[in-house]
Design a binder for this molecule. Structure first.
Ligand code: HEC
Length: 193
């Protein structure tokens, strides 16, 4: 009797290095071709089972770790946007100077269009212990998500021009209009438990 078992799994695992280099690693998680030419003895079948179980455990663990990493980098990215936002708020309140505001708004000008890159598919849910996470709508209503991000990019552009003008009152008005961060959080960020 000839028993042939072929199990192959291809996974595209996205990961990030340093400054958002999105790398696709194509991984052949299991590529086992077993040809058992003799009668399938109990021992052979056991070995096959063990190989399959081990492979499944390894690939699941690897994917979970990758996902956690993505969530961590996403939150770090957002926290940085939060810091820039605070500098801009301080500027409008007279607590930070124009140079600091210019640097903060430049940072947002660069980061906001990259936001969707931090939400690759299958990275929903919270990191362990988190109080906040993503809503599934990030992916199921992806066009809306992208539009929400573009809106923020537009608002940041208006704010950047205002900061550049040196007119603090104009910057304060533009900052007040920068409501797209909160709007996206309202629709796509979930408070957990
Ligand atoms: C297109 C949608 C979107 C836009 C635009 C957006 N965010 Fe977020 N933000 C999210 C989502 C979703 C999360 C939750 C991510 C998670 O927990 O995995 C989040 C999380 C955060 C967090 C919490 C990070 C943490 O875990 O501690 C901060 C702070 C933040 N965003 C700031 C900002 C600021 C400031 C802006 C505007 C300049 C902004 N965000 C624009 C979607 C968005």
């Amino acid at each position: 009797m000839i028993s042939l078992a072929k199990v192959a799994a291809n996974r595209v695992v996205r990961t990030f290095t340093g400054q958002l280099m999105q790398i696709s690693i194509k991984r052949r998680v299991l590529g086992i071709v077993l040809a058992v030419t003799t009668i399938g003895t109990a021992a052979t079948m056991q070995a096959l089972d063990a190989a399959l179980v081990l492979g499944a455990v390894c690939s699941t663990a690897a994917l979970a770790a990758d996902k956690e990493q993505v969530i961590k980098e996403r939150q770090t990215f957002m926290k940085d946007q939060g810091r820039q936002w605070l500098v801009l708020r301080n500027y409008t309140q007279g607590k930070a100077d124009q140079a600091a505001a210019a640097s903060a708004v430049e940072s947002l000008t660069k980061s906001v269009p990259k936001t969707p890159d931090y939400f690759p598919p299958d990275t929903g849910g919270p990191a362990p212990g988190d109080k906040w996470g993503t809503k599934p709508e990030v992916w199921s209503e992806h066009d809306k998500f992208l539009a929400a991000d573009r809106k923020v990019a537009d608002q940041v552009a208006v704010l950047a021009a205002a900061v550049k003008s040196g007119d603090r009152a104009r910057a304060a008005a533009a900052f007040k209009d920068l409501d797209g961060c909160a709007a996206c959080h309202q629709d796509f960020r979930a408070k957990l438990q």
